[in-house]
Design a protein around this ligand. Sequence first.
Ligand code: GDP
Length: 197
Amino acid sequence: LFARESQFSTAASGTDHLPPMHKLEIAFAGRSNVGKSSLVNALTGRKTLARTSHTPGRTQQLNFFDLGGFCTLVDMPGYGYAAVSKEKVKSWTQLIHDYLRGRANLARVYVLIDSRHGLKKLDTEVLDMLDTAAVSYQIILTKSDEPKKGELADIVAKTREAIARRPAAFPEIIVTSSREKTGVVELRAAIAQLLHE
Ligand code: GDP
């Protein structure tokens, strides 16, 4: 799955531009600066697949990548950047809402959470949206190299508790660090498993 080339396929800024639902999709969502580009790059083994250090909150589009011809990875625009206007927030919500509705080939959304901060209000709103849309999602903690061991364990426990009664949440949390390349193998395995279900 990840041994073959992954490449950019298309971008969509509205639902009229969405590619056909031929293959299973997995999507990555998270607050701006959570480490999403870094993780997508670590996952696919490509340094430049998803651009890092872009102006946060600027890309209001869904980016579709072909994963070795087997499935599609969807990079969702980051949310929660402070300088973004109400209008932008509205258009983000609309885009995601439209995308989630009726995307039958969407197998799972990976929601990235910074392990230094845990779930914030905006993240919870996104989880609410996914629960309402009945789209299966799983939490990935990023930057696990940052907190101390005890703090990390604490965040994992708190996050687990926060999702325990959420209907569409997958109970297992994946802990990753793109910097130290930890959790990437586990994430790949989780995706491979998902595609075989
Ligand atoms: P995005 O905005 O969610 O796509 O986040 P980026 O991947 O561009 O990363 C945002 C910032 O976090 C950058 O300064 C990265 O160097 C840093 N970062 C990303 N992944 C990690 C990680 O695993 N550990 C640490 N310590 N920093 C990271």
